[in-house]
Every structure is written in C-alpha cells, then in structure tokens.
Design a protein around this ligand. Sequence first.
Ligand code: PGA
Length: 252
Amino acid sequence: MRKVIIAGNWKMNKTIADAEVLAGSLKKSVGNVSEVEVVVCPPYTALAAVKDIVQGSNIRLGAQDCYWEKEGAFTGEVSTAMLKDAGCEYVIVGHSERRQFFHETNETVNKKAKALLKDGLKPIVCVGEKLDERKAGKTFDVVRDHVENSLAGISRDDMLKTVIAYEPVWAIGTGVNATKEQAEEVHKFIRGLLEKMYDRAAADSVRIQYGGSVKPDNIKELISEKDVDGALVGGASLKADSFEQIVRGSIK
Ligand code: PGA
C-alpha cells in the first residue's frame, strides 16, 4: 500500500510572517491528518519559522532545491546537511522551473538526489515533458530520459525512499491540468520503467505524485487513478483553504 503524499511547493512566495500565518492555519486544519502524508516546502528563508510551527503536528517540512557538495565556496547554495539541520525531511529536485531557468540537467538532479539520500533526506524528483514535446509525440521519450538519468545509480533501498513527481510542464501554473487518463498513462509508464530498473515490488512501492494545476475541484478524479499517489501543488498550496481541500480530497 502506497501512502498518498500531498506536497505544497510554495516556490518564491511568502515572507517569513506570511509563511507563519499559512503554516499556522495548516497546522489547525490538516495537522492531524494521518491518512495522507502532508508536506510543505517554503522558501529557504522561512524554513526555520515554519518548522517551529508545524513541529508536533503531522505536517512534514520540505525544501525546493539543494546543492550536492558538502560545504565550502559555493556562494548562494544550500547543502543537504543544512536542510536536514533546518528540519527538512523532503527536498524537491529537478523541478521544471529549475531545469528551464537555472540550467538544471538530469546529471545535476542525479547528484542532488544522491547527496540527499546519503544524508537521510528524501528527494522528490520531478520529471515531465513540455508542450511541444507532447505535441511531437515525445512524451514517453522525455519522461524515460528524465527518469532513467535522474535516478541513475540510486540503489533499490534508496529508491524506496524517493518520490517521483510527474509534472507535465504545460500544466504547471496554466490552470490546464492533465486529465486523469493522461496522468495515469504516464504514471503507469514510469512504474514500468521502475520495474525494469529495479523489480516489480520496488516499482509497486514507489510513490508517484502528479503536479500541474492541481486544485480542490480536480484532486478527487486525479487521485482516483491507480498509479497516482499524490500531488505536488504550486499555486493552490499558497492558500490554507485550497490546500486543505486538496489534502482532504486526496484521502482515497
Ligand atoms: P501549479 O504548480 O500547481 O501552480 O501548477 C505545480 C508545481 O510547479 O509544482
């Protein structure tokens, strides 16, 4: 049985004060939810404040990126040990915005995922095709490339701690979500890749989230699909009431 995981990706939003307000509301509304794993990923500057608020609840803390080197002269970067120290359990890597604007590649995503796992943190590895790639019939090729290369060399044990987020780029922040059939088709494909890379039992244990315009009114149908194990939520995670509705709507 895979436990549903709903993660809020706050992206570059929220001052510390605003993050505290949102975290406080979420603690009240979904802090006791146990059927679903709830994760919030604030910006680095708000991690400490949010950690203090969600402590003692079921809400887990996540970050939006990391660097793979241990420490040293890497101005502007944050290490996995620093994120662990800040109270993170999950870290998003390879988000399409990072691939697009910050030159993230499968190779750097892979280094980040491995560094996280080495430090006992759980990566949420994002994969997904762009609109022109989908239109050109390349969805499966792109997803295969992202999955095989972002996860290359990760042991079976580590894979079981890793979450994959399928996020079609054309669905992110556009209000146009993948249909449940489109999501399921790719999730099933990813599970098949995992079976080839590991084995059936591992493939059946890894959680695959869907991301891209997830909202209170579409979570129920998306989560009804067999291979959809949760959601990575951007815009709708910035408001307590919509995120709460998504969490509640995802209870299978
Ligand atoms: P969205 O973003 O929910 O605003 O589409 C999802 C994401 O980028 O993780």
